[in-house]
Write a protein that binds this ligand. Structure first.
Ligand SMILES: [Ca+2]
Ligand SMILES: [Ca+2]
Ligand SMILES: [Ca+2]
Length: 388
Protein backbone atom coordinates (compact mmCIF):
# COMPACT_ATOMS: atom_id res chain seq x y z
CA UNK A 1 0.00 0.00 0.00
CA UNK A 2 2.81 2.39 1.01
CA UNK A 3 4.64 1.60 -2.23
CA UNK A 4 1.52 2.34 -4.27
CA UNK A 5 1.03 5.70 -2.53
CA UNK A 6 4.67 6.56 -3.25
CA UNK A 7 4.18 5.66 -6.90
CA UNK A 8 1.08 7.86 -7.11
CA UNK A 9 2.95 10.72 -5.42
CA UNK A 10 5.81 10.36 -7.88
CA UNK A 11 3.37 10.42 -10.81
CA UNK A 12 1.67 13.55 -9.47
CA UNK A 13 5.08 15.18 -9.10
CA UNK A 14 6.01 14.31 -12.69
CA UNK A 15 2.72 15.69 -13.99
CA UNK A 16 3.15 18.93 -12.01
CA UNK A 17 6.76 19.27 -13.21
CA UNK A 18 5.74 18.73 -16.86
CA UNK A 19 2.96 21.27 -16.50
CA UNK A 20 5.28 23.90 -14.98
CA UNK A 21 7.96 23.34 -17.64
CA UNK A 22 5.43 23.74 -20.44
CA UNK A 23 3.92 26.83 -18.85
CA UNK A 24 7.28 28.54 -18.61
CA UNK A 25 8.14 27.84 -22.25
CA UNK A 26 4.72 28.91 -23.46
CA UNK A 27 4.91 32.36 -21.95
CA UNK A 28 8.62 33.19 -22.07
CA UNK A 29 9.96 35.26 -24.95
CA UNK A 30 12.02 33.04 -27.19
CA UNK A 31 15.83 33.33 -26.87
CA UNK A 32 18.53 31.79 -29.03
CA UNK A 33 22.25 32.21 -29.67
CA UNK A 34 24.64 32.11 -32.61
CA UNK A 35 27.86 33.71 -33.81
CA UNK A 36 28.78 34.83 -30.28
CA UNK A 37 25.53 36.81 -29.97
CA UNK A 38 22.26 36.11 -28.30
CA UNK A 39 18.83 37.11 -29.47
CA UNK A 40 15.36 37.38 -28.08
CA UNK A 41 12.08 37.48 -29.97
CA UNK A 42 9.82 39.62 -27.82
CA UNK A 43 6.20 38.62 -28.28
CA UNK A 44 4.75 42.00 -27.37
CA UNK A 45 3.05 44.02 -30.09
CA UNK A 46 4.41 47.54 -30.12
CA UNK A 47 5.69 50.36 -32.34
CA UNK A 48 9.24 50.44 -33.71
CA UNK A 49 10.29 53.27 -31.36
CA UNK A 50 8.99 51.62 -28.21
CA UNK A 51 10.54 48.30 -29.27
CA UNK A 52 13.91 50.06 -29.74
CA UNK A 53 13.47 51.79 -26.41
CA UNK A 54 12.87 48.43 -24.68
CA UNK A 55 15.98 47.00 -26.35
CA UNK A 56 18.04 50.03 -25.29
CA UNK A 57 16.80 49.73 -21.70
CA UNK A 58 18.28 46.20 -21.70
CA UNK A 59 21.66 47.54 -22.90
CA UNK A 60 21.23 46.22 -26.43
CA UNK A 61 19.38 46.92 -29.68
CA UNK A 62 16.84 45.70 -32.21
CA UNK A 63 18.67 43.21 -34.41
CA UNK A 64 21.15 44.47 -37.00
CA UNK A 65 21.26 41.83 -39.71
CA UNK A 66 24.74 42.03 -41.17
CA UNK A 67 25.12 38.76 -43.05
CA UNK A 68 23.28 35.88 -44.70
CA UNK A 69 24.40 33.72 -41.75
CA UNK A 70 22.71 36.05 -39.26
CA UNK A 71 19.61 36.32 -41.49
CA UNK A 72 19.35 32.51 -41.68
CA UNK A 73 19.81 32.13 -37.91
CA UNK A 74 17.03 34.61 -37.24
CA UNK A 75 14.69 33.29 -39.88
CA UNK A 76 15.09 29.71 -38.58
CA UNK A 77 14.30 30.90 -35.06
CA UNK A 78 11.23 32.80 -36.23
CA UNK A 79 9.81 29.94 -38.27
CA UNK A 80 10.38 27.41 -35.49
CA UNK A 81 8.75 29.49 -32.73
CA UNK A 82 6.47 32.21 -34.06
CA UNK A 83 3.01 31.81 -35.58
CA UNK A 84 3.49 33.39 -39.00
CA UNK A 85 -0.10 34.69 -39.00
CA UNK A 86 0.02 36.21 -35.46
CA UNK A 87 -0.99 39.65 -36.76
CA UNK A 88 -1.72 41.61 -39.93
CA UNK A 89 0.28 44.62 -41.10
CA UNK A 90 -2.10 46.49 -43.40
CA UNK A 91 0.54 48.61 -45.12
CA UNK A 92 2.77 45.54 -45.39
CA UNK A 93 0.52 43.70 -47.86
CA UNK A 94 -1.76 42.19 -45.20
CA UNK A 95 0.72 39.76 -43.67
CA UNK A 96 2.66 39.64 -40.35
CA UNK A 97 6.06 41.28 -39.76
CA UNK A 98 8.57 41.43 -36.89
CA UNK A 99 10.64 44.57 -36.23
CA UNK A 100 14.35 44.63 -36.99
CA UNK A 101 16.73 47.51 -36.17
CA UNK A 102 16.64 49.36 -39.52
CA UNK A 103 14.90 52.68 -40.20
CA UNK A 104 14.95 55.80 -42.37
CA UNK A 105 13.35 57.98 -39.70
CA UNK A 106 16.02 60.70 -39.73
CA UNK A 107 16.35 61.19 -43.49
CA UNK A 108 13.81 59.71 -45.90
CA UNK A 109 15.54 57.06 -48.01
CA UNK A 110 18.69 56.88 -45.88
CA UNK A 111 18.40 53.44 -44.28
CA UNK A 112 20.45 52.84 -41.17
CA UNK A 113 20.96 50.18 -38.54
CA UNK A 114 20.08 52.00 -35.33
CA UNK A 115 18.34 49.41 -33.18
CA UNK A 116 18.65 51.40 -29.96
CA UNK A 117 17.37 54.57 -31.70
CA UNK A 118 20.24 56.72 -30.44
CA UNK A 119 21.06 58.26 -33.82
CA UNK A 120 24.52 56.64 -33.80
CA UNK A 121 24.00 54.42 -36.78
CA UNK A 122 25.36 52.68 -39.89
CA UNK A 123 23.97 53.57 -43.33
CA UNK A 124 23.56 50.33 -45.31
CA UNK A 125 21.10 51.32 -48.07
CA UNK A 126 19.96 54.55 -49.70
CA UNK A 127 16.95 55.08 -51.97
CA UNK A 128 14.03 52.88 -53.01
CA UNK A 129 13.52 49.55 -54.75
CA UNK A 130 11.73 49.09 -58.08
CA UNK A 131 8.27 49.24 -56.45
CA UNK A 132 9.24 52.85 -55.61
CA UNK A 133 11.67 55.24 -57.33
CA UNK A 134 14.04 52.41 -58.27
CA UNK A 135 17.07 54.47 -57.22
CA UNK A 136 18.19 52.23 -54.36
CA UNK A 137 21.84 51.44 -53.67
CA UNK A 138 23.66 49.23 -51.24
CA UNK A 139 26.15 51.26 -49.18
CA UNK A 140 29.66 49.93 -48.62
CA UNK A 141 28.88 46.35 -49.64
CA UNK A 142 26.58 45.86 -46.66
CA UNK A 143 24.22 42.89 -46.50
CA UNK A 144 20.60 43.50 -47.56
CA UNK A 145 17.56 41.28 -47.87
CA UNK A 146 14.85 43.66 -49.08
CA UNK A 147 11.68 42.18 -50.59
CA UNK A 148 11.95 41.19 -54.25
CA UNK A 149 15.67 40.39 -54.10
CA UNK A 150 15.17 36.63 -54.46
CA UNK A 151 12.60 36.84 -57.27
CA UNK A 152 14.08 39.64 -59.36
CA UNK A 153 17.77 39.81 -58.26
CA UNK A 154 17.03 43.45 -57.42
CA UNK A 155 14.79 44.60 -54.58
CA UNK A 156 11.23 45.93 -54.95
CA UNK A 157 11.35 47.28 -51.39
CA UNK A 158 11.80 49.69 -49.71
CA UNK A 159 9.16 51.76 -51.48
CA UNK A 160 7.99 54.22 -48.79
CA UNK A 161 4.43 53.26 -49.72
CA UNK A 162 1.96 55.99 -48.73
CA UNK A 163 4.99 58.22 -47.99
CA UNK A 164 4.88 56.83 -44.48
CA UNK A 165 7.15 53.78 -44.24
CA UNK A 166 10.20 54.49 -42.10
CA UNK A 167 11.00 51.27 -40.22
CA UNK A 168 11.87 47.77 -41.39
CA UNK A 169 10.35 44.43 -40.53
CA UNK A 170 11.01 40.86 -41.53
CA UNK A 171 7.95 39.60 -43.40
CA UNK A 172 6.59 36.29 -42.13
CA UNK A 173 4.72 35.46 -45.36
CA UNK A 174 5.07 36.44 -49.04
CA UNK A 175 3.45 39.80 -49.72
CA UNK A 176 1.07 41.18 -50.84
CA UNK A 177 -1.10 38.42 -49.38
CA UNK A 178 -2.19 35.80 -51.99
CA UNK A 179 0.13 37.36 -54.57
CA UNK A 180 3.70 37.58 -53.28
CA UNK A 181 4.91 39.85 -56.08
CA UNK A 182 6.79 42.21 -53.74
CA UNK A 183 8.67 39.81 -51.54
CA UNK A 184 9.12 36.34 -50.06
CA UNK A 185 8.80 35.22 -46.47
CA UNK A 186 11.95 36.23 -44.59
CA UNK A 187 12.70 39.25 -46.76
CA UNK A 188 12.53 42.80 -45.37
CA UNK A 189 9.91 45.45 -46.00
CA UNK A 190 9.63 49.09 -44.99
CA UNK A 191 6.36 49.63 -43.14
CA UNK A 192 4.86 52.36 -41.00
CA UNK A 193 6.86 52.66 -37.76
CA UNK A 194 3.60 52.91 -35.83
CA UNK A 195 2.56 49.31 -36.57
CA UNK A 196 2.27 47.26 -33.36
CA UNK A 197 4.25 44.06 -33.94
CA UNK A 198 6.72 41.71 -32.22
CA UNK A 199 10.43 42.56 -32.26
CA UNK A 200 13.85 40.91 -32.14
CA UNK A 201 16.58 42.08 -29.76
CA UNK A 202 20.27 41.39 -30.38
CA UNK A 203 22.73 41.16 -27.47
CA UNK A 204 26.49 41.44 -28.03
CA UNK A 205 27.23 38.43 -25.83
CA UNK A 206 25.91 34.88 -25.91
CA UNK A 207 25.75 34.37 -22.16
CA UNK A 208 26.01 36.11 -18.82
CA UNK A 209 29.55 36.29 -17.39
CA UNK A 210 30.63 33.59 -14.97
CA UNK A 211 30.92 34.23 -11.23
CA UNK A 212 34.18 36.12 -10.51
CA UNK A 213 36.91 34.56 -8.38
CA UNK A 214 37.42 35.52 -4.74
CA UNK A 215 38.95 39.02 -4.58
CA UNK A 216 42.60 39.27 -3.55
CA UNK A 217 44.40 41.99 -1.62
CA UNK A 218 45.25 43.15 1.88
CA UNK A 219 43.21 41.27 4.45
CA UNK A 220 44.30 43.65 7.21
CA UNK A 221 44.23 47.40 6.93
CA UNK A 222 44.29 50.34 9.29
CA UNK A 223 41.16 52.47 9.28
CA UNK A 224 41.48 55.46 6.99
CA UNK A 225 43.95 53.66 4.69
CA UNK A 226 43.72 55.15 1.20
CA UNK A 227 44.26 53.69 -2.25
CA UNK A 228 44.32 50.02 -1.24
CA UNK A 229 43.88 47.89 -4.36
CA UNK A 230 41.91 44.64 -4.57
CA UNK A 231 41.40 42.56 -7.66
CA UNK A 232 39.64 39.57 -9.11
CA UNK A 233 40.68 37.53 -12.15
CA UNK A 234 39.31 38.87 -15.42
CA UNK A 235 36.04 37.22 -16.40
CA UNK A 236 35.42 36.49 -20.11
CA UNK A 237 32.62 38.37 -21.91
CA UNK A 238 32.45 41.06 -19.26
CA UNK A 239 31.49 44.63 -20.06
CA UNK A 240 31.81 46.00 -16.54
CA UNK A 241 32.46 44.98 -12.97
CA UNK A 242 30.46 46.03 -9.96
CA UNK A 243 32.14 45.86 -6.56
CA UNK A 244 30.48 46.05 -3.22
CA UNK A 245 31.71 46.51 0.33
CA UNK A 246 29.68 45.41 3.32
CA UNK A 247 28.87 47.27 5.45
CA UNK A 248 28.73 49.99 2.85
CA UNK A 249 29.97 52.70 5.23
CA UNK A 250 33.29 50.84 5.69
CA UNK A 251 34.91 52.25 2.56
CA UNK A 252 34.53 54.12 -0.69
CA UNK A 253 35.24 52.28 -3.92
CA UNK A 254 36.78 53.79 -7.06
CA UNK A 255 37.97 52.61 -10.49
CA UNK A 256 35.76 49.60 -10.68
CA UNK A 257 37.35 47.29 -13.22
CA UNK A 258 38.53 43.82 -12.32
CA UNK A 259 40.58 45.91 -9.89
CA UNK A 260 39.05 48.26 -7.39
CA UNK A 261 40.71 51.03 -5.38
CA UNK A 262 39.43 51.14 -1.83
CA UNK A 263 39.62 54.15 0.46
CA UNK A 264 38.86 52.81 3.92
CA UNK A 265 36.72 55.00 6.13
CA UNK A 266 38.33 56.80 9.06
CA UNK A 267 35.26 55.90 11.11
CA UNK A 268 34.89 52.16 10.50
CA UNK A 269 36.59 49.51 12.64
CA UNK A 270 35.83 45.79 12.33
CA UNK A 271 35.45 43.20 9.61
CA UNK A 272 34.36 44.32 6.17
CA UNK A 273 33.61 42.16 3.14
CA UNK A 274 34.46 42.85 -0.49
CA UNK A 275 32.77 41.08 -3.37
CA UNK A 276 32.43 41.67 -7.09
CA UNK A 277 29.98 40.96 -9.87
CA UNK A 278 30.66 40.77 -13.65
CA UNK A 279 28.09 42.30 -16.00
CA UNK A 280 27.37 42.28 -19.73
CA UNK A 281 24.33 42.94 -21.90
CA UNK A 282 22.95 39.47 -21.18
CA UNK A 283 22.85 40.11 -17.45
CA UNK A 284 24.75 40.01 -14.19
CA UNK A 285 26.83 37.17 -12.80
CA UNK A 286 26.49 35.99 -9.24
CA UNK A 287 28.55 38.00 -6.78
CA UNK A 288 31.93 36.43 -6.00
CA UNK A 289 32.54 34.89 -2.61
CA UNK A 290 33.19 37.54 0.02
CA UNK A 291 36.76 38.53 0.88
CA UNK A 292 37.04 39.47 4.56
CA UNK A 293 39.17 42.46 5.55
CA UNK A 294 40.04 43.26 9.16
CA UNK A 295 39.91 47.05 9.55
CA UNK A 296 41.95 47.95 12.62
CA UNK A 297 41.98 50.88 14.93
CA UNK A 298 45.01 53.12 14.84
CA UNK A 299 44.58 54.99 18.14
CA UNK A 300 47.42 53.21 19.96
CA UNK A 301 50.11 54.27 17.53
CA UNK A 302 48.62 57.47 16.07
CA UNK A 303 49.04 56.12 12.57
CA UNK A 304 48.59 58.55 9.78
CA UNK A 305 48.95 58.43 6.04
CA UNK A 306 50.26 60.53 3.19
CA UNK A 307 52.28 62.88 5.40
CA UNK A 308 54.57 64.55 2.90
CA UNK A 309 56.61 66.62 5.35
CA UNK A 310 58.21 63.68 7.17
CA UNK A 311 59.72 61.89 4.21
CA UNK A 312 61.16 63.04 0.88
CA UNK A 313 61.21 60.54 -1.97
CA UNK A 314 62.96 61.02 -5.30
CA UNK A 315 62.90 60.40 -8.15
CA UNK A 316 59.23 59.47 -8.63
CA UNK A 317 58.55 57.50 -10.67
CA UNK A 318 61.55 55.43 -9.64
CA UNK A 319 63.60 53.66 -12.30
CA UNK A 320 66.53 51.79 -10.75
CA UNK A 321 66.57 53.33 -7.29
CA UNK A 322 64.55 55.46 -4.92
CA UNK A 323 66.28 57.93 -2.62
CA UNK A 324 64.66 58.45 0.74
CA UNK A 325 65.34 61.32 3.11
CA UNK A 326 63.83 61.41 6.59
CA UNK A 327 63.05 64.92 7.75
CA UNK A 328 61.85 64.26 11.32
CA UNK A 329 63.85 63.92 14.53
CA UNK A 330 63.14 60.22 14.82
CA UNK A 331 63.64 57.70 12.02
CA UNK A 332 61.43 54.78 11.13
CA UNK A 333 62.74 51.34 12.12
CA UNK A 334 61.53 49.64 9.02
CA UNK A 335 60.38 50.22 5.48
CA UNK A 336 57.89 47.69 4.14
CA UNK A 337 57.12 47.64 0.44
CA UNK A 338 53.73 46.26 -0.59
CA UNK A 339 52.66 45.61 -4.17
CA UNK A 340 49.35 46.72 -5.63
CA UNK A 341 47.66 43.60 -4.30
CA UNK A 342 48.77 44.24 -0.73
CA UNK A 343 51.47 41.55 -0.68
CA UNK A 344 54.71 42.36 1.13
CA UNK A 345 57.51 42.21 -1.44
CA UNK A 346 60.44 43.73 0.40
CA UNK A 347 61.44 44.84 3.88
CA UNK A 348 64.32 47.18 4.69
CA UNK A 349 65.79 47.84 8.14
CA UNK A 350 66.66 51.44 8.92
CA UNK A 351 69.44 52.29 11.38
CA UNK A 352 68.65 54.91 14.07
CA UNK A 353 70.99 57.52 12.59
CA UNK A 354 70.37 56.73 8.95
CA UNK A 355 68.59 59.82 7.61
CA UNK A 356 69.27 59.05 3.95
CA UNK A 357 68.74 55.70 2.31
CA UNK A 358 68.88 54.58 -1.29
CA UNK A 359 66.56 51.70 -2.14
CA UNK A 360 67.32 49.59 -5.19
CA UNK A 361 64.19 49.15 -7.33
CA UNK A 362 65.63 47.04 -10.15
CA UNK A 363 64.31 43.95 -8.38
CA UNK A 364 60.74 45.35 -8.38
CA UNK A 365 58.46 44.78 -11.34
CA UNK A 366 57.08 47.83 -13.08
CA UNK A 367 54.00 49.04 -11.24
CA UNK A 368 52.62 50.85 -8.22
CA UNK A 369 53.80 50.09 -4.70
CA UNK A 370 52.84 51.15 -1.23
CA UNK A 371 55.87 52.06 0.87
CA UNK A 372 55.01 51.85 4.57
CA UNK A 373 57.47 53.56 6.91
CA UNK A 374 57.14 52.09 10.41
CA UNK A 375 58.06 54.60 13.07
CA UNK A 376 58.03 53.69 16.77
CA UNK A 377 54.78 55.62 17.25
CA UNK A 378 53.25 55.82 13.78
CA UNK A 379 53.23 54.57 10.23
CA UNK A 380 53.40 56.63 7.08
CA UNK A 381 52.29 55.19 3.77
CA UNK A 382 53.48 56.58 0.43
CA UNK A 383 52.65 55.45 -3.07
CA UNK A 384 55.63 54.88 -5.39
CA UNK A 385 55.50 54.04 -9.08
CA UNK A 386 58.34 51.99 -10.56
CA UNK A 387 59.07 52.32 -14.29
CA UNK A 388 61.89 51.26 -16.63
CA1 LIG B 1 23.93 41.59 -35.86
CA1 LIG C 1 10.68 55.83 -45.56
CA1 LIG D 1 7.18 48.94 -48.16
Amino acid sequence: MGVLINKINTMILIVITLFLTNSINLFADYSFTGGGKSYQIVETKTSWASAASDAASKGCYLVHIDSQTEQTLIWNAITSKINTTYTIVNDGGGIANIWIGANDLTTEGTWVWDGDNTGASTNFWTGQGSAGNDDGQVIGGKYINWGGLQQYSAPKEPDNYGSNQDAAGIALKPWPKNNGSLGKAGEWNDISASNAIYYIIEYDYDSKPAKPSLPQGSNQVVKGALGVVYSTEEVANTKEYKWQVEPNNAAELAQELNQVTVNWSKEYIGTAYLSVQAINDCGESEFSDKFAVEVKDSSASSIFYNDNSQISLFPIPAIDKLNVKFNGLINPNNIKIYDNFGSLVKEIKVEPNQFNISITTTDLEVGAYNFVFEYPNKMISRKVIVIR
